[in-house]
Design a binder for this molecule. Structure first.
Ligand code: ADP
Ligand code: MG
Length: 696
């Protein structure tokens, strides 16, 4: 497995092996991410030109491409310098002119002899009332006319490349592709009526009509499926590898869990109960857990995580929970510690700001097993952090970590069960693409009694009004967040803006009532600001997006977002999710600077219309495209060349099921179909997967 199958060698050889591709053109191809013949196979034409032979140019509406047989008439060389060379021609019904700029007269006389017949193909247009065809794409003798494709593919181009070069190169690449053993499950292929791989490619590159260019055409669908299937095999391999690793059996006794549950002022939602059960089953099994907990903001993921961690402790072990920021880690500490301590469970926190002897003491206690639950940032996974008996790692707000990092975490060699929690609902197709290696629990229900958040969109010109409104609200004992503009180019500008807004709001609302938190503050300052807000000492918290994820202050019921038009939908949804958590009616004010762009207007309107995180996520995907929603670089999600995640989520689901089925029946990819799947992995450059099977 560790070497590429021979059948693929020609496709992975130098691009310059192809007819018509020299070093210069090969370099130009790089702009299309094409570095070898294989890449050309997956650059598909986006449209086509109809070159069926017509009787006369009268059959089309200029400007339009037409192919007709003509009799060559008189030549009109360019008498005046700078004027084009013209040749009058006559088709079955009418005459028109062929036009050439910078023409070589001797060449034109030879290729267009007066009195003879030729087939010409090109765009006819009307110029000064006369029909003309400037620089025909094809000029051929009638007996050669068959060499013009009746329907000619049109490829995406970059400057320095012509259609002809690209078409020739991709036809040459196509010739290098050999038929391969089928990797798609036979019944699926039959049911979908998909062609074999090679014919599918041929049809894609030699379309017969516009119908063949549709993403729903059978051959295109098949090629898209190949891409998704290869990706899902990689994820299924990762999943199988983790599951094959022996896990620790952690059996819940329920003793600690029930103690904590009795101290809660509420009962679990049925979604929470279900998720807790699924996690407990995984932890009790001798396999390693690799589970995703997905739930909208405010659905109560933290409590589910706590129950899972208590299971680890009940079984005599330890658990760790990692959050993306210190603020969140501290907040987890605040909500979890009192609950855990009521059951005699010891909780500690470890972040980057722990230093010196205090840190040493914590590490020692952790190693002895005196700390049961550790909360923190990445600091909890530093090299010198050793656990007495770590059973469970919880990763909160996972969307900041990608497939790759997750594999790293799993690869640390500990037989630790892993529970990952996403803060952001993501569309199904993306969830499958990104988390296909995991088992999924969904919290699809919010705790009862939540009041809807009233969302208002208003222009910046009404800022004074907003501040007056805030003043009243605050004097009534309410609390509010004020989120400052996101400035992507410069973090410095971002926090300066926050600091400035902080000053002006203090002037308006009173010095001691306004707090400030942003990424540039020292940890102690951030902590102090958060603590004062949680305690209700400050009533308004001015912040940058550091409060985007996870922060939970139930008394806060107003969210103001400045320059809301700059935020993505899921981010706005996250921010709004900070309010609406308590008993009071909440509101969210989205402030924008007019004029609003089209997409921004749609986003803000969607925010006003729905609080359903999944609906917003689907819309976000439509407005922005898959790469943006996840942040491709971070997520490790491949850019698919043919498949479209926005429209082909059903294919992704099928690919996931099929990949898992294949792994279930043939984990070594040793059967004939397994071997074919290996070829697919090589073809699709799934290095990670290839490495995984190589090491076994
Ligand atoms: P998220 O899923 O966004 O992380 P949290 O875990 O922060 O949500 O929970 C949001 C709020 O809901 C917290 O204040 C938490 O105490 C509360 N909560 C959690 N579960 C329930 C429940 N079953 N009933 C009522 N409130 C709950
Ligand atoms: Mg949370």
């Amino acid at each position: 497995m560790s070497t590429r199958p021979e059948i693929l060698f020609p496709l992975f050889a130098a691009l310059t092996n192809l007819a018509g591709v020299g070093p210069q053109i090969a370099k130009t191809f790089q702009q299309l991410n094409v570095t070898k013949p294989r890449d050309l196979l997956f650059v598909l034409p986006h449209s086509g030109v109809d070159r069926n032979i017509r009787n006369s140019i009268r059959e089309v509406n200029p400007p339009e491409v037409v192919t007709v047989e003509v009799e060559i008439g008189l030549h009109h060389p360019n008498a005046i310098k700078g004027r084009p060379y013209r040749v009058t021609v006559q088709d079955a019904q009418t005459s028109f002119q062929l036009v050439f700029f910078h023409a070589r007269a001797d060449y034109l006389r030879k290729s267009l002899p007066t009195g003879q017949r030729r087939v010409v193909s090109g765009k006819v247009e009307i110029f000064d009332g006369v029909a003309q065809m400037v620089h025909p794409d094809h000029i051929l003798r009638p007996d050669q006319a068959e060499s013009i494709p009746a329907y000619e593919p049109v490829y995406p181009l970059v400057s320095g490349l012509t259609q002809k070069t690209l078409m020739k190169a991709s036809q040459a690449a196509l010739d290098l592709a050999r038929p391969m053993a089928e990797w798609i499950e036979p019944s699926l292929k039959a049911e979908r009526k998909w062609p074999d791989w090679k014919p599918a490619l041929e049809r894609a590159h030699r379309p017969q009509s516009v119908v063949d260019l549709s993403p729903y055409a059978k051959h295109r669908e098949r090629l898209a499926y190949d891409e998704l299937f290869a990706h899902q095999i990689t994820l299924a391999l990762a999943r199988a590898r983790i599951r094959r690793l022996k896990g620790v059996v952690s059996i819940a006794t329920g003793a600690l869990q029930s103690k904590v549950l009795t101290t809660l002022p509420y009962t679990l939602t049925s979604a929470q109960e279900r998720a807790i059960g699924e996690i407990a089953d995984d932890m009790a099994a001798p396999l390693r857990m690799n589970r995703l907990l997905q739930g909208d903001v405010g659905s109560g993921k933290t409590l589910v995580a706590l129950m899972a961690m208590l299971t680890a402790v009940e079984a005599g072990g330890q658990a760790v929970m990692m959050a993306p920021t210190g603020i969140l880690a501290r907040q987890h500490l605040q909500s979890i510690r009192p609950l855990a301590e009521s059951a005699g469970v010891v909780v500690e926190i470890l972040t980057g700001s722990d230093k010196g002897s205090e840190r040493d003491a914590k590490l020692a206690a952790l190693k002895r097993g005196d700390i049961h639950l550790l909360l923190g940032t990445h600091a909890v996974f530093q090299k010198d952090v050793t656990y007495h008996d770590l059973r469970l790692a919880v990763v909160d707000e996972q969307h900041r970590f990608g497939v790759r990092q997750r594999m790293d975490l799993g690869g640390k060699g500990r037989a630790v069960d892993v529970l990952v929690m996403t803060a952001t609902p993501i569309p199904r197709s993306l969830a499958l693409a990104q988390y296909g290696d995991m088992d999924v629990s969904v919290l699809d229900e919010k705790p009862p009694g939540r009041k809807p958040v009233k969302t208002v969109v208003m222009p910046k010109t009404r800022l004074d009004e907003v501040i007056r409104h805030l003043k009243t609200a605050i004097s009534e004992g309410r609390q509010a967040y004020w989120v400052c503009p996101l400035v992507e180019e410069s973090e410095t500008v971002e926090w300066t803006a926050a600091a400035e807004r902080f000053r002006s709001l203090r002037l308006a609302l009173g010095d001691d009532r306004v707090g400030l938190v942003h990424g540039q503050l020292a940890q102690v300052e951030k902590d102090a600001a958060m603590a004062a807000f949680v305690a209700g000492e400050t009533r308004l918290l001015v912040a940058t997006t550091v409060i985007e994820v996870g922060v939970d202050v139930p008394n806060a019921s107003i969210m103001v977002i400045e320059q809301a038009e700059h935020f993505g939908l899921s981010q706005l949804h996250q921010l709004r999710g900070r309010v609406g958590r308590g008993a009071k009616a909440s509101s969210c004010l989205l402030i924008y600077s007019p004029p609003l762009g089209d997409a921004a207007e749609k986003r803000l309107a969607a925010m006003r219309e729905t609080e359903d995180g999944f609906a917003l996520a689907e819309l976000d995907l439509k407005l922005r495209g898959a790469g943006d929603v996840l942040g491709v670089a971070q997520s490790g999600l491949p850019r698919f060349r043919i498949a479209n995640l926005e429209t082909q989520s059903d294919l992704m689901k099928t690919a996931l099921d099929d990949a898992r089925l294949l792994m279930g029946t043939d984990p070594e990819l040793a059967s004939p179909r397994g071997q074919a799947a290996r070829n697919l992995l090589w073809l699709m450059e799934q290095d990670q997967a290839i490495r995984m099977i190589s090491v076994g």
